[in-house]
Design a protein around this ligand. Structure first.
Ligand SMILES: *Cc1c(COP(=O)(O)O)cnc(C)c1O
Length: 404
């Protein structure tokens, strides 16, 4: 018997500090723990639960598909994956889709596809220019592609070929291009960095530059895609079409599903280059179809834009009133910029509020991130702001010298 078997939490690898609540139930914007305490959830599995917790249409799709067909093999066609691929290509600028199970895996696929294209079309060029503070996942290659502080020294040696430019600085990109460069890869809004949007001008310059130099442009829309920005995909806000795009998080509405999308001319994998046991399995793909159909229903994205505006207005007002720096973001991916480094303390105070808690995320010490369900109501946003105000008061009372 294991020496730590007495406490079930000790059987999990201790990869992050977790609160002592065990979550047992979810319903829309609410999560309930094992003590029956309710929490208003503005994290939603990290911008994953597009339609909130346990939406009836996803529960129904899962039950129906589970009774029909779960996994034939990725080497056979199945109906839901064909249907989802068709929906994605009809409603985007891309022609081909490869399904996978996580964002990191989708980005690995994007990196492989760019390197394959470089091998075929650019004399073996494999260098991909990525950005400081960017986040692309936790596999070895995607950690190398990421510009997250502190990661440069982890799990050496790095996968080579990821020079880092500065977001919104076209000269920093141009300076890194050499004969070995094959692509530029970025998040249109850097999520983990603290909801930092690329400027429309920068993305247009980047498209022009990559065209001129014969490079691929790759958008990681794992956090910004699937309606979160108020458009189906964030690239649509900027009037810029990338050659490759990755999706994850919201596409599965809570189940593990991700996708790599490419234009026909770039879609150059040969048989055997790419695959995976669970890729495109009908159980997950069927959920993706349900999510897409919901996003495409008349009025749904209008609603996301309206609630996004409401959240933005409420956060801006709170910032003005409490002397914070302000708020930023696109649609329902937003951040509040504090004047102090109290964000982790605010997250903790918010979680412990009575009688109901509030779940928030602090990707940086001076910044709170908001990524509610796309179905969040204005009343729930107002309630969140009330709870946040209470949490700010708790933190201010504990450390009166530090203003929020
Ligand atoms: C979350 C995220 C990833 C990684 O996705 P996983 O599903 O955690 O592997 C990659 N890129 C961006 C922009 C993300 O937000």
């Amino acid at each position: 018997m294991s020496i730590v078997a007495h406490d079930p939490t000790q059987s999990l690898m201790d990869i992050t500090a977790r609160p002592d609540a065990v979550f047992v139930r979810g319903d829309g914007s609410w999560l309930t723990d094992h003590r029956g305490r309710r929490h208003l959830d503005f994290v939603q599995g990290w911008a994953v639960n597009t339609l909130g917790h346990c939406p009836p249409q996803i529960a129904h799709t899962l039950a129906e598909q589970a009774a029909k067909l779960i996994t034939p093999s990725p080497a056979f066609y199945n109906e839901p994956s064909l249907q989802l691929a068709g929906l994605l290509t009809r409603h985007s600028c891309f022609d081909r889709v490869f399904f996978c199970n996580s964002g990191g895996e989708a980005n690995e696929g994007a990196i492989k596809l760019a390197r394959k294209w470089g091998a075929l079309r650019k004399d073996g060029a494999y260098g991909i220019i990525t950005f400081g503070d960017g986040f692309h996942g936790r596999t070895l290659a995607t950690m190398s592609a990421s510009g997250k502080a502190g990661w440069d020294a982890l799990f050496e040696p790095k996968v080579p070929g990821f020079a880092k430019a500065r977001l919104n600085d076209i000269a920093s990109v141009e300076a890194l291009i050499d004969g070995n460069t094959v692509a530029v890869m970025l998040e249109p809004v850097q999520g983990e960095a603290g909801v930092v949007p690329a400027t429309p001008g920068f993305l247009r310059e980047l498209r022009t530059l990559t065209r001129k130099r014969g490079l691929l442009l790759i958008f990681d829309e794992i956090q910004t895609g699937m309606g979160r920005s108020g458009a189906l995909f964030a690239y649509q806000h900027f009037g810029v079409e990338p050659d490759i795009m990755t999706l994850g998080k919201g596409i599965g509405g809570g189940v593990p599903l991700a996708a790599l999308l490419a234009k026909e001319t770039v879609s150059c994998f040969a048989h055997g280059d790419q695959g995976g046991t669970f890729n495109g399995n009908p159980l997950m793909a069927a959920v993706g179809v349900t999510v897409m159909q919901t996003l495409l229903a008349p009025g749904f994205l209008d609603q996301v834009r309206a609630t996004g505006k409401h959240l933005s207005r409420r956060l801006a007002a709170l910032a003005a009133e409490t002397g914070m720096h302000g708020e930023r973001g696109l649609g329902l991916l937003r951040a509040l910029m504090l004047r102090s480094s109290d964000a982790p303390a605010i997250v903790e105070a918010a979680r412990q509020l009575q009688p109901v808690g509030l779940l928030l995320n602090a990707p940086r010490p001076h910044l709170l991130r908001f990524m509610p369900a796309l179905t969040v109501t204005t009343a729930e946003i107002d309630r969140m702001v009330e709870l946040l105000r209470e949490a700010l008061a708790v933190v201010a009372a504990a450390a009166p010298s530090r203003a929020a």
